[in-house]
Design a protein around this ligand. Structure first.
Ligand code: SF4
Length: 434
């Protein structure tokens, strides 16, 4: 019976995890050492502050299901969730970037069966990158391990890993030793391009006004091509220095963050950066662009949807042939069309614009989450799930697409989101109603 599964009988022993994977951000650091005693985490080594907080978050978890604002048991809550989905003709399945790959697979099955829409946070965060790729802008990419070994020039553009991915600098980019950077940071050139100067160690900081990134990238491209640039550009000397640095590196990497992909000029920004990297490669340098993914398994969701549907997010199964139209089949465009929402590990009420939140709150909401959230506070049904990577195991994909196994660190009575989603799927499909 869901919710009553007993913890394993080794709660009183001390256990050490020597290579636990941190389930907070998409770095998925896999060198975390955790000591567990009496089923409590006693010590955590190697994780950053976000990782430590995530591993300890089970102490602040949501404890009981909620149905219409009242505490309930799992059976009643799941039955109500099944009723909502049975009655729905076109549900939205949303979130999933903080879920295991196995849970994502079941969620996709529900979306297909119910002929609903499945969408993930990627449709808001990185949608314009995909738009540029669909427009056939060239994309040079590499795994983080190759970047660590070979990159001698690092650019963080619109991205401040100190506040978003604290160990990214130490594990994959600036500080680790590599085949071509045997002294680590002293063998690398580090450039930050952003509206606010980031805290990490860099030789060059190029300040930009919001929306100015495309102009900077286009100017660099022209300088690298040897083409004339506007004499009125008061930043020519500074950008010439940056262009020289870019040209002098045999292997460089541009990590792009949401600073590039947000704002009125975002599409122009990413197109200009992709063109800059294309130019550098055509000049004989090896450069790659690497989008900084946030949630720990957003890549798992993207890869699953790509494998199963051919699209990275926002897939609508209500049409005879599935549809993918960013802006129409994604959360920002589809809320008027759906008649229920199953939200898994996300808080769209806290993150969407007010008008979209109003649309979302017009339909019955089922929320699966280990924690209380703003969205959960408006939901018809809230189902607490185990924290993947802490209370349950599962597969997640690192930001470069490498699959990693997340451990169950402590024993827990809470069911995983995969288990709950399977129950919901079985309840819907047993009914024979789509
Ligand atoms: S950088 Fe990310 S994955 Fe690594 S320990 Fe910090 S939060 Fe966890």
């Amino acid at each position: 019976m869901i919710g009553s599964s007993r913890a394993r009988g080794d709660n009183n022993t001390e256990r050490i995890f020597n290579a636990a994977v941190c389930p907070f951000c998409a770095c998925l650091c896999d060198d975390v050492v955790i000591r567990v005693k009496n089923n409590e985490i006693e010590e955590i080594r190697n994780a950053c502050r976000f990782g430590v907080a995530k591993f300890r978050s089970y102490q602040k978890r949501l404890k009981r299901p909620i149905v219409d604002g009242t505490p309930a048991n799992y059976e009643d809550a799941i039955a109500r969730a099944v009723d909502i989905l049975r009655e729905s003709h076109k549900p939205l399945i949303y979130g999933l970037s903080n879920s295991s790959y196995e849970a994502q697979q079941v969620a996709l099955r529900i979306a297909k069966y119910k002929r609903g829409v499945i969408d993930i946070s990627e449709s808001i965060c990185h949608n314009l990158l995909y738009a540029a790729l669909r427009a056939r802008y060239p994309f040079y990419y590499a795994l983080l391990d190759e970047i660590r070994e070979k990159a001698t020039l690092i650019v963080y553009w619109g991205s401040n890993p100190v506040v978003s991915h604290p160990r990214h600098l130490a594990r994959y980019s600036v500080y680790p030793t590599g085949r071509y950077a045997m002294k680590g940071v002293t063998d690398r050139t580090v450039i930050a391009i952003d509206v606010i100067e980031p805290e990490f160690k860099k030789q060059w900081f190029v300040p930009v006004m919001p929306g100015e990134d495309a102009m900077i990238a286009n100017t660099l491209t022209r300088l690298i091509k040897g083409e004339p640039v506007s004499a009125s550009n008061h930043r020519i000397a500074e950008l010439k220095s940056i262009a020289d640095k870019l040209r002098s590196a045999s292997y460089g990497i541009i990590f792009t963050g949401l600073g590039v992909l947000s704002g009125a000029n975002a599409y122009e920004n990413i197109k200009a950066i992709l063109s800059l990297v294309d130019t550098l490669n055509k000049k004989g340098n090896r450069y790659v662009v690497f989008p900084m993914k946030g949630h720990y398994n957003v890549m798992g969701a993207v890869l699953l949807l790509m494998r199963e549907t051919g699209y990275p997010f926002g897939v609508d199964f209500s049409a005879p042939d599935k549809r993918f139209e960013p802006g129409r089949t994604t959360v920002m465009g589809v809320l008027k069309e759906v008649d229920a929402a199953l939200v898994v590990g996300a808080d769209p009420v806290a993150s969407l614009p007010a008008a979209k939140v109003r649309e979302l709150l017009n339909v019955p909401l089922v929320v699966l989450d280990p924690f209380m959230s703003l969205t959960a506070s408006f939901a018809s049904v809230v189902l607490p799930v185990a924290i993947t990577g802490v209370e349950s195991e599962g597969i997640a994909y690192r930001m470069d697409g490498l699959p990693l196994k997340l451990d169950r660190i402590i024993n827990s009575e809470y069911p995983s989101d995969k288990v709950i989603l399977e129950q919901i799927y079985e309840g819907c499909s047993d009914s024979g109603v789509k």
